[in-house]
Design a protein around this ligand. Structure first.
Ligand SMILES: Cc1cc2nc3c(=O)[nH]c(=O)nc-3n(C[C@H](O)[C@H](O)[C@H](O)COP(=O)(O)O)c2cc1C
Length: 137
């Protein structure tokens, strides 16, 4: 089955608490694991940047749910299409951002954004996107 990958940026709701971000990450890791979705979520305190990979049949409805989520708004898709394989193999949802040390799990990006912890198979354009995003925070 062909794997699709999408990447978007969005703006966190003004009243978003760090516990809300914890909830998003923990719930997403569980659901993504069940749906064979892999990816990463970056948060700089204002904006989210997320990459998700999986089968289209799983990814499309997930994007619909995420788009309808009031915890953020102004979602802009930066990329959406088939890819040669997963870059985030084994990552139900890596998290890099504020409060990351509390949500860190084996196989995630760890304590804040650290490019050296990203998967080796990451396409260079994604690496430069994440690095640019991080510098805006
Ligand atoms: C920035 C952001 C990223 C999210 N990422 C995911 C994700 O990767 N997987 C997921 O299942 N839900 C994610 N969610 C949560 C979904 O929007 C939604 O709440 C969740 O899928 C449960 O949907 P349901 O209540 O309709 O079952 C994210 C929400 C936000 C705000």
């Amino acid at each position: 089955m062909r794997i699709h990958r999408l990447t978007y940026v969005s703006t966190a709701a003004a009243n978003l608490q760090s516990t809300d971000v914890d909830d998003i990450v923990q719930g997403s890791q569980r659901r993504n694991g069940e749906a064979a979705i892999t990816g990463i979520l970056l948060f700089n305190g204002t904006n989210f940047l997320q990459t998700l990979e999986g089968e289209d049949a799983q990814l499309k409805p997930l994007l619909g749910r995420i788009q309808a989520d009031v915890r953020h708004s102004g979602l802009i898709l930066l990329g959406d299409g088939p890819c040669d394989g997963r870059a985030f193999w084994g990552w139900s949802l890596g998290y890099a951002g504020l409060n990351a040390s509390r949500t860190r799990r084996a196989g995630t990006a760890g304590n804040g954004f650290d490019p050296s912890k990203l998967p080796q198979a990451l396409p260079p354009e994604l690496l430069s996107l994440y690095t640019s995003f991080d510098s805006l925070g």
